[in-house]
Design a protein around this ligand. Structure first.
Ligand SMILES: [Zn+2]
Length: 180
């Protein structure tokens, strides 16, 4: 019989020992912190995730639990060039090694190439999926080619035009003296 695992309460050690696997789609709205970045009005997609558990021998020859995790989704963010909505694919694929305690994880995570986390009998795998997707959000999302030509050129690319600010040139237009 194949064990059925709950991704919100995952017994990591059992999952790894039984070579468990989990995959699923969940609505983006269920991941609050990530969903906040989604622009209103845009179509909301799903988050697809996949996890596999396995035991691997450490350098010292003792078996350690690992979880191989990947996820993909699409978010609609604000283009930093034209301020229009831009759909961005977000994805990650990462391996996690689990150790006895939080304190041990902190020590080992410093030196290890992989991410090291503390074992838990009811690990929230979906919170980890969300953390990793948040880390992979582009710092400065942009269209490859903006659909609208950019009206104002701003020398400092980090500068972001506030969306609701009235255009200062609109006021000046009223003062313009008509040409004869
Ligand atoms: Zn753009």
């Amino acid at each position: 019989m194949t064990a059925i695992f709950n991704p919100r309460k995952l017994p990591i050690l059992n999952f790894a020992k039984s070579h468990g696997s989990l995959a699923g789609d969940l609505p983006l709205a269920q991941l609050d912190r990530l969903h906040e970045f989604q622009q209103g009005g845009a179509e909301v997609g799903d988050v697809h995730f996949q996890a596999r558990g396995e035991m691997r021998l450490t350098a010292a020859g003792t078996p350690a639990p690992w979880v191989l995790l990947s996820a993909t989704t699409q978010l609609t963010l604000v283009c930093q060039r034209c301020l229009g909505p831009v759909a961005q694919d977000i994805a990650f694929e990462r391996d996690f090694r689990f150790v006895e305690s939080e304190a041990q994880a902190d020590i080992e995570d410093e030196d290890a190439e992989e991410d090291v986390l503390a074992l838990s009998p009811d690990f929230d795998l979906l919170a980890l999926v969300e953390d990793e997707l948040l880390m992979d959000l582009p710092a400065s999302p942009k269209h490859e080619v903006c659909p609208q030509p950019v009206k104002l050129r701003v020398a400092d690319s980090d500068y972001q035009e506030p969306e609701d600010k009235p255009n200062p040139f609109a006021a000046l237009a009223g003062l313009r003296i008509p040409k004869k």
